[in-house]
Design a protein around this ligand. Structure first.
Ligand code: IPD
Ligand code: CA
Length: 270
């Protein structure tokens, strides 16, 4: 593998994420609902997502010309490059269009199946999360770590509702039935990338969602790992980066929660 200066790359990616975030916030000032297009059922996009992606992609191309892309709004190549940027130019699109928080920019650099760098900029709270494989995890310059919570009765757990309602509905309803009233609290916020960083920062103890994209989890994955947390699929495997099953936790409640997930996993329709 080519030797990369991860500190330098991380610093540059932080600037790019901040620039894209500034663009999102500026557009939010005058965004109108009639600018929305529909990608799929209840899955929206607008010129804001697309222009943010164009901006990020052009900056990243100058930073590492040999790297490929997997980006939510379509930038990508099927060739197997050694390095690949995994980009969500606006995670939390539904929050953005309804002027709700959080929404963010998420950028990761991947070498084959290993994430090297992750940066997430959550615009509404002006929070920049980052980590690389040689660093700890940080938010606005301060080191972050996962929570110490090991008691399910106290756990603060975040769920996600993916666009694939048909595939996910029964599973998530069974999960809510088992968790609601038996854990500290359940929440739903609407930006997977930001919420995985909230697990890394100890705000949530765990987060569960299926049927999301690689761009929703790539940056969060390394930020969570370097903060002491754990991300697996719904069988407990760590070598998953496609976003089909995403279970992020502080590590301490992982096994207890995994037992419940595994009990209901059969209800997910592929
Ligand atoms: C969505 C958000 C949301 C999650 C959805 C994602 P998008 O991404 O992360 O929290 O529940 O499954 O698709 O469409 O806003 O980039
Ligand atoms: Ca998006």
């Amino acid at each position: 593998m080519k030797d990369l200066n991860l500190t330098h790359i991380t610093e540059e990616v932080k600037k790019i994420a901040l620039e894209a975030g500034k663009f999102l916030l500026a557009e939010r000032q005058h965004f109108e609902l009639d600018k929305i297009e529909q990608k799929g059922a209840h899955d929206y996009v607008s010129y804001v997502d697309k222009n943010s992606e164009n901006l990020i992609v052009s900056r990243l191309k100058s930073l590492l010309p040999e790297a490929g892309f997997i980006a939510e709004e379509g930038t990508g190549s099927l060739e197997e490059q050694e390095f690949c940027w995994v980009v969500d130019p606006l995670d939390g699109t539904s929050n953005f269009i309804h002027n709700n928080a959080p929404f963010c920019v998420s950028i990761a650099l991947r070498n084959k199946n290993e994430i090297l760098v992750g940066v997430v900029y959550e615009c509404t709270r002006n929070e920049l999360f980052w980590a690389n494989k040689e660093s700890k995890s940080y938010m606005n310059g301060k080191e972050i770590t996962v929570s110490q919570q090991s008691n399910m009765d106290q756990a603060f757990i975040e769920l996600g509702f993916p666009y694939n309602a048909e595939g996910y509905r029964t599973f998530v309803l069974k999960m809510i039935e088992d968790l609601y009233g038996h854990v500290g609290c359940l929440r739903l916020m609407g930006s997977a990338a930001a919420e995985i960083c909230y697990v890394a920062a100890g705000r949530f103890d765990a987060r569960i969602e299926g049927f999301i994209g690689p761009w929703d989890i790539a940056a969060g994955n390394i930020i969570l790992q370097q903060a002491g947390g754990k991300m697996t699929d719904f069988s407990g495997n760590t070598d998953h980066l496609d976003g089909k099953e995403v279970f992020a936790s502080n590590g301490r409640i992982h096994n207890d929660l995994l037992t419940i997930i595994q009990k209901h996993k059969k209800h997910i329709k592929a």
